[in-house]
Write a protein that binds this ligand. Structure first.
Ligand code: FAD
Length: 294
């Protein structure tokens, strides 16, 4: 199918983009990498009166890494972020997750901020944002606001973004060396959306015992949510982790859907298996610097 008729704007500055989006309100949509929006237009699942293309907004094409945070601008592609060694050193989960997003040709165009705002419950980056409680920066002609990973997702394909707003960046806090993270998913083919997936985080104390633990699933419910697993894992040795209670708890906490690809029962089982693997790998990664460098 062909997309419905729309006006096309390619503003040259952030102020111009925000003014346009403010005027357009509900009638306008931001065009970033187009890897989700263009198919949705072609299938006529959305029909905005106008697109505001952010391709000329070079100020949003930046990745900043300092001791405390990684800040990713809205024009940064998945591929660029994945290839950034400083980012992989600071927050290793980002490279690991981005390698699972679609195929390189899609990652070359799709943006990480676009994926987060698009809020597909099967996508990797929203789950990473929920797990790490990353902050999303949202700007409009009225000013700037920031939403946390816990506030960012409101439903399937619904984020906290309001009409007239542009997501300008996402910021991840750099964890301390006692933190380990991992992501696991099962997809029918490499690069497909996962049937189910999970990312996990474990923080260890100085004796390599679990201080806190969390998981965030994708592909198993309507939105990515962080699940607190500290009660089931606290005090366990990272080198002999027993995740059975945590996976049983998580299986109860999720609400997977049936669809043509898998039943809810299969997804629930799979989610537990994947969580167990992710927790064991996260515990092993804490206090090491293995991902630095791939
Ligand atoms: C065949 C195929 C397979 C895919 N597989 C996967 C996969 O396995 N995992 C995965 O996570 N993703 C997958 N994707 C999606 C891909 O990761 C997209 O890059 C991503 O979802 C959207 O990013 P984008 O920059 O292309 O956004 P666009 O498609 O341009 O926009 C998507 C939505 O977000 C809004 N938006 C984008 N940027 C902003 C912004 N800065 N401010 C406000 N609103 C904004 C748009 O208005 C639109 O509503 C796949 C895509 C395709 C085509």
């Amino acid at each position: 199918m062909k997309p419905p008729v729309f006006a096309y704007h390619a503003p040259r500055s952030l102020d111009e983009a925000l003014a346009l989006l403010g005027e357009l309100g509900d009638d306008g949509k931001v065009l970033a990498g187009g890897q989700s929006l263009v198919p949705m237009l072609n299938m006529r699942l959305v029909a905005p009166a106008a697109l505001v293309d952010i391709r000329h907004l070079d100020a949003l094409d930046t990745v900043e890494v300092d001791g405390d945070r990684v800040r990713v601008g809205a024009r940064v592609t998945h591929r660029r972020l994945e290839g950034d060694d400083e980012v992989a050193f600071a927050v290793p989960l980002l490279r690991e997750a981005l390698r699972l997003v679609a195929h390189p040709v899609i990652r070359n165009r799709g943006t990480s901020v676009g994926s987060i705002v698009h809020a597909d419950p099967a996508a990797e980056m929203p789950a990473v944002v929920a797990l790490l409680d990353a902050r999303l920066e949202l700007r409009s002609s009225d000013g700037v606001r920031s939403v946390t990973g816990a506030e960012a997702f409101t439903g399937p394909l619904e984020s906290a973004l309001r009409p007239g707003e542009l997501a300008t960046a996402v910021e991840f806090a750099v964890p301390d060396p006692g933190t380990g993270m991992a992501i696991e998913e099962l997809a029918r083919r490499h690069g497909d959306y996962a049937l189910a997936g999970v990312c996990a985080r474990i923080d260890l104390d100085d004796d390599r015992r679990v201080r806190s633990a969390q998981g965030a699933f994708f592909g198993v419910g309507g939105l990515p949510e962080r699940i607190e697993l500290t009660d089931t894992l606290a005090g366990q040795s990272a080198d002999a982790l027993r995740p059975a209670d945590a996976t049983a708890f998580a299986r109860e906490a999720i609400d997977p859907d049936d669809d043509i690809h898998a039943t809810a029962a299969y997804r629930r089982h799979l989610a537990g298996v994947l969580l167990e693997r992710a927790l064991v790998r996260a515990a092993a990664a804490a206090g090491t610097d293995t991902e630095v460098r791939a």
